[in-house]
Design a protein around this ligand. Structure first.
Ligand SMILES: Nc1ncnc2c1ncn2[C@@H]1O[C@H](COP(=O)(O)OP(=O)(O)OP(=O)(O)O)[C@@H](O)[C@H]1O
Ligand SMILES: [Mg+2]
Length: 367
């Protein structure tokens, strides 16, 4: 195979350590992906790998951006493996996959009885990652209240469990990733700019596969080899027509899409010469486009609701007046009241909030 950058993982090591040190949340322990090798020799990828080797030995917070499937998680793991923390845990959290009202408890843990169903104390993922690295994937999806708690972790290295009163010191390196435009989210009021600057200490932008087409042949060879071994096939070569096709396709799903197309083609392949069915490629870009509008309007409503709830919380349920939520949000009282009605927000439930939750705690929705 042509010039290939290879970084091997040892997820087992972290897993063993976590098993010894904690019995909680075994499902969050890093198991590694299909494999942790980073393949490619393009200038764009080499630039990324050089940033990785510079930042890895430091404790700097890293923000990895890039389209879906470009290898953000792979790079996060590489940073951990090349760091002084490599013998400690690498804990991943997909912020988009955890229900919004549970995310604070997942990240910071909770005390027994802190909310319905909290039958015993549970450690959060920051505590599981102690001494190691936490990878906050899809960080742009974090609710606003949890963003404040994360900011506190980054600034003061401490947090509280949900329902807890004691501050817990933490020594965890944060690597975050997003495929959202966080600047646009800041402009829309759904992502805190202070958190963005704290996360963006060392940005790494993953180039899309269509901007590093020279990596395609070596990736194809690598994935064909891997998949053929997995399914017990002997594949000797690839037809020129297929390779040209793979080189010219725009790959909206990037390397993950390439990997999936190859896995499917290897399964279908009946000769020693690998080929790709061109209809699989042509259909895919069209198939992913129409998804956006319905999701977006739902998401915007959820984000608007969250901002209003955060403002109500801060103003202890007051809608108007100098310290009321309308002033904090910079909108008219009547506008806020109509939004509270249309979004079905129970504004009275925020009345006692300031008295029951410690001021610096932001464990918003799990009360
Ligand atoms: N340079 C590479 N060499 C080999 N495999 C790669 C490379 N980049 C990505 N992959 C593989 O492609 C798949 C997608 O990578 P990864 O999950 O890191 O992408 P991502 O940017 O986090 O995607 P998403 O935004 O959808 O979460 C993984 O199986 C990963 O192992
Ligand atoms: Mg990812």
């Amino acid at each position: 195979m042509a010039s290939v950058a290879v970084i091997m993982a040892d997820p087992k090591q972290s897993e063993e350590r976590l098993k010894r040190e904690s019995v909680a949340l075994p499902e969050e322990i890093d198991k590694g992906s299909m494999c942790d090798e980073i393949v490619g020799s393009s200038g764009a990828l080499q630039k990324v790998l050089s940033l990785v080797s510079k930042v890895a030995p430091t404790d700097a917070t890293v923000l990895i951006t890039g389209e879906t499937g470009t290898g953000k998680e792979l790079i996060a793991r590489a940073i951990h493996r090349q760091s002084r923390r490599s013998s400690r845990a690498f804990v991943t959290v997909n912020c988009a996959a955890i229900p919004r009202d549970l995310i604070a408890s997942e990240l910071f843990g909770h005390e027994k009885g802190s909310f319905t169903g909290a039958l015993q104390r549970r450690l959060g993922r920051f505590e599981l990652a102690e001494g190691g690295t936490i990878f906050l994937d899809e960080v742009g999806e974090l609710p606003l209240g949890t963003q404040i708690a994360l900011l506190r972790v980054l600034q003061e290295h401490e947090f509280e469990r949900v329902g807890g009163t004691r501050s817990i010191r933490t020594n965890v390196r944060v690597v975050a990733a997003t495929n959202r435009n966080l600047q646009a989210a800041i402009a829309a009021g759904t992502f805190r700019s202070d958190l963005f600057y704290r996360l963006n200490v060392f940005p790494i932008d993953m180039p899309p596969l269509r901007d590093r087409r020279e990596d395609i042949p070596v990736l194809v060879e690598y994935f064909v080899d891997h998949c053929a071994r997995k399914v017990g096939k002997n594949i000797q070569g690839i037809t020129k027509e297929s390779l040209d096709l793979l080189r010219s396709y725009p790959w909206p799903g990037n390397i993950r899409e390439l990997q999936n197309v190859i896995e499917r083609s290897v399964i279908m392949c009946e000769t020693e010469n690998f080929s790709v069915d061109k209809t699989w490629l042509a259909r895919q870009p069209l198939a992913i486009e129409p998804k956006i509008p319905p999701d977006l309007s739902e998401k915007l409503a959820a984000e608007e609701k969250e901002m209003i709830e955060a403002a109500l919380r801060e103003s202890a349920g007051r809608v108007f007046g100098p310290s009321g939520a309308a002033t904090k949000l910079g909108i008219a009282r009547s506008t806020l009241e109509s939004k509270i009605r249309s979004l079905k927000i129970a504004k009275n439930s925020f009345k006692d909030f300031a008295e029951t939750i410690p001021r610096r705690s932001c464990l918003e929705s799990v009360q």
